[in-house]
Design a protein around this ligand. Sequence first.
Ligand code: FES
Length: 217
Amino acid sequence: MLRRNIDVFEECKNKALLKFVIMLGELNCVKEMFLLELLEGEKEFILEQVSEILKNNRTERENLVPLLQKVQGVLGYLPEPAIEKIAKTIDIPAVDVFGLATFYNQLRLNPPGKYQIKVCMGTACHMIGGQIILESFERRLDIVEGETTPDRKCSLERVACVGCCAIAPVVVVNEFIEGSLTPTRVDGILLQFDGDDQEEEAGEQEQEQESEGGQDS
Ligand code: FES
């Protein structure tokens, strides 16, 4: 039964199913399927920051949500070592903390991408193709909402009305709003990210060359 449920989870990963797997207590499944690997040295940094937060705040169980919010405020998300450390300090199972983190939409288990894509799923956007736009991003990025691409370039989430219903369907990329979206425009947005990255890289190289030139003279 559990194997079947996990197969379903693999087919259509999303936050609701993630909650379900957590409910089953299958923490290892969650880690393998849903969480991104940490970068080199990231674990040490995380533990340092979390220790500092735990030292300066109350650590009773009823303070769990504010603690998670503080950690997310500093790290941008709730990485696995942070969750485990908090669980240990409060003396509750880590699976309970994962469960809570998936219950609150504002809490995230994966790092925000360099490009944070928020697809509006308010009523107006939903009626006029918001779901198609979300699925277009999911297909092109090969992730589902709530996830981040393995290179941490893009993260994808759904949000409630962002107040621009007249130009629905709407997506917010970092702080910029794009309206009247179509699947073709989704391709355009992703191509624009590549272009921006190339420009940024070229600028950095230019700066490096300039500073090297300055040192030589
Ligand atoms: S419903 Fe999407 S901007 Fe209002």
